[in-house]
Design a binder for this molecule. Structure first.
Ligand SMILES: Cc1cc2nc3c(=O)[nH]c(=O)nc-3n(C[C@H](O)[C@H](O)[C@H](O)COP(=O)(O)OP(=O)(O)OC[C@H]3O[C@@H](n4cnc5c(N)ncnc54)[C@H](O)[C@@H]3O)c2cc1C
Length: 363
């Protein structure tokens, strides 16, 4: 471990492993952990939080990365939002990648971590937290993720939703570190949507995540964003499961989309206050929030399970576009016009001269 330095009368430790982090936390039980620092350091720099010591986690390689197993995917707690957007994660956990992409700006996403997002608003020994923002939580609740914690007493694993008290405070024990999230592999389709208080980077008004498991033929979904917690909406998931064409992974009846969305919005009960660990966006009228929930649910469902025949239609459009492109090339050649446009180099995506002309031309 870099034994640490004193910055402005504050001890700062830079452990290089989980073991060293636990030692540093034992040495300073009131330590504030810093992962990406996008929340903590904003508070420290503004003077709203005055920790006596900081334990910085960003040099611990063990905490960062994604492990793909047959039964589960393990996400290190210090994995950044930018990492979660990479194609390997996007391929298996598309809703999580979509949620990570919705957070803040590219600069913040390159620092902000999964663990920091889930535990935003945690204030060991500090003042009551400002409103936590936990957009990734909605996805992990929908996916039945399990939080893995480590302390001097050993490992503790619990469903991610149980990390929180009813008022939105964090239930980590003293000296406990969140090391990873275990997400069961769900062979299927997922969708995430978020509506904020304004366009651009903004506090969420509603977040919604949905996962359809094509082999188990189940749908799980969760809603959050309006409070520090995210909740499962199991009755809507069960209703939807009866309206899916599981063979084709599609929705046969288009009225299923608005009916499902209405079911989500009708069940939305927003607490007037989320308690001391966070405040909700209470100024927003309930009718508007319900409308936002409806929009999120409908769009997330379209993302996850398209209308029956939609994929075939997309394939037809693509074929038609290829045909039009090829016909234009043939016509230029027949009229003796130059095949290349007046730009330097080759056009991105253009086929080499002569290539592909015959494929769609006669279609
Ligand atoms: C401009 C801006 C825009 C933002 N937009 C969004 C948004 O759209 N959506 C959203 O959800 N959030 C948003 N945030 C909030 C925040 O930055 C994110 O939630 C981020 O993911 C926090 O991660 P971090 O690694 O920076 O956390 P940190 O600031 O390092 O830590 C946050 C809290 O988690 C604790 N912690 C971190 N890691 C661990 C661990 N392994 N074990 C135990 N405790 C731990 C820390 O002690 C601290 O209390 C935004 C922030 C900014 C500055």
């Amino acid at each position: 471990m870099d034994s640490g330095t004193a910055v402005a009368d504050r001890a700062v430790a830079f452990p290089g492993s989980v073991r060293e982090a636990l030692d540093a936390m034992t040495a300073c039980p009131q330590a504030t952990l810093v992962a990406g620092g996008t929340e903590v350091m904003t508070l420290v720099n503004s003077g709203a939080l005055r920790p006596s010591c900081l334990v910085v986690l960003d040099r611990i390689e063990e905490l960062r990365g994604v492990w793909f197993g047959d039964q589960e995917i393990v996400l290190g707690s210090a994995t950044t939002c930018a990492d979660l957007m990479q194609s390997d994660v996007r391929g298996v956990l598309p809703a999580l990648a979509q949620a990570a992409r919705s957070i803040a700006s590219p600069g913040v996403r390159s620092r902000a971590t999964l663990g920091g997002n889930l535990l935003s608003g945690k204030r060991p020994g500090g003042p009551a937290a400002a409103a936590p923002t936990r957009d990734l939580l909605t996805v992990l609740v929908a996916l039945n993720a399990v939080a893995v914690c480590r302390s001097e007493q050993g490992w503790r694993q619990l469903p991610v939703a149980e990390l929180y008290a009813r008022d939105g405070g964090v239930n980590l024990r003293p000296g406990e570190l969140l090391t990873a999230l275990r997400v069961p592999t769900c062979g299927g389709r997922q969708g995430f949507m978020k509506v904020g208080t304004r366009a651009g980077a903004a506090r969420s008004l509603v977040t919604f995540a949905l996962a359809a498991d094509l082999s188990a033929r189940t749908v799980t979904c969760a809603i959050g964003g309006f409070s520090p917690l995210a909740v499962r909406v199991d009755h809507a998931g069960q209703w939807l499961a009866e309206h899916v064409d599981w063979e084709n992974g599609a929705i046969p009846d288009p009225t299923t989309y608005p009916r499902f969305a209405r079911l989500i919005a009708e069940g939305l009960v927003v607490p007037g206050s989320a308690g001391p660990a966070g405040r909700t966006t209470v100024a927003v009228p309930q009718s508007y929030r319900e409308q936002a929930a409806e929009v999120c649910a409908r769009r997330a469902l379209v993302r996850a399970l398209p209308p029956a025949g939609w994929l075939e239609q997309v394939a037809q459009y693509q074929q038609r576009a290829e045909f039009v492109r090829n016909r234009a090339r043939v016509e230029r050649a027949e009229r003796g016009l130059p095949p290349e446009p007046p730009v330097p180099g080759q056009m991105p995506g253009a086929q080499p001269p002569g290539g592909g002309l015959s494929r769609g031309a006669g279609a």
